[in-house]
Design a protein around this ligand. Structure first.
Ligand SMILES: CC(C)(COP(=O)(O)OP(=O)(O)OC[C@H]1O[C@@H](n2cnc3c(N)ncnc32)[C@H](O)[C@@H]1OP(=O)(O)O)[C@@H](O)C(=O)NCCC(=O)NCCS
Length: 199
């Protein structure tokens, strides 16, 4: 099942055989630098993949494998996760998992659009193309009311992608304790294309 198609990519849900790609992607310290700050082991990727399947089954959202049409190779992942926010010292602090929240914290959950590509594929406009497609899919097809992108301020490449797809910077926040920006995409910010019509 294809979620979205763009000029250069097919985006589809992950399958069990995609573990090799996750192992390759998440073993690069530069790729992981502004995600969790450390590489992921094979076992951690298996847990991660199971989480993706559960998210898909329960909520119909999740990361998509980005496959380059030209050679049928996976080059990255892009899509929606849940982030968990709580107020800490006058700022919203975001966590990737409910279990990471401080004990007893009052929290809320929101849709977060993320994108991660193999290092050798950076700088070709891939993240912008895939993120715009998943943003359109989320807002137009899944009818999500709003989509956030929470980005560490030092991650200038990711900030550039959010700006390029027209997300609006809401303000400062913290992600895993790091100074970050909270970006927002909503239907009212523009007229996202209908991917089903385009495909
Ligand atoms: C961030 C990331 C997804 C960008 O992917 P990409 O495919 O290289 O991005 P694009 O080619 O679509 O670039 C979009 C814009 O950002 C700019 N950009 C990308 N990386 C940049 C960097 N490191 N420094 C400055 N600008 C950068 C590009 O020049 C481009 O702008 P332009 O068209 O005006 O030249 C990629 O570097 C990556 O996978 N990083 C590791 C994972 C990660 O941090 N994900 C984001 C978590 S919030």
């Amino acid at each position: 099942m294809i979620t979205a198609e763009t000029a250069r990519f097919i985006l589809r849900p992950f399958a069990a055989q995609d573990i090799d790609f996750l192992d390759e992607l998440h073993s690069d310290p530069l790729v992981m630098r502004y995600l969790t700050g450390r590489v992921r082991s094979h076992d951690e990727n298996l847990v991660n993949l199971k989480k993706l399947f559960d998210l898909e089954e329960e909520h119909g959202i999740g990361q998509r494998l980005v496959i380059r049409k030209e050679d049928n190779k996976p080059v990255g992942r892009c899509g929606m996760s849940f982030f968990y926010g709580t107020e800490e010292k006058g700022t919203t602090a975001y966590y990737l998992d409910e279990k990471m929240l401080p004990d007893g914290a009052t929290s809320f959950r929101m849709f977060e659009l993320g994108y991660t590509f193999l290092r050798q594929e950076w700088g070709k406009g891939y993240a912008t193309e895939a993120a715009a497609a998943m943003r359109d899919y989320g807002l137009n097809i899944q009818k999500l009311p709003e989509i956030h992108s929470v980005i560490m301020q030092e991650n200038v490449g990711s900030v550039a992608v959010a700006e390029k797809i027209g997300a609006k910077r809401l303000g400062e926040c913290r992600l895993l304790g790091n100074p970050s920006w909270d970006y927002l995409s909503q239907v009212s910010f523009g007229k996202p294309k209908n991917i089903e019509e385009e495909a």
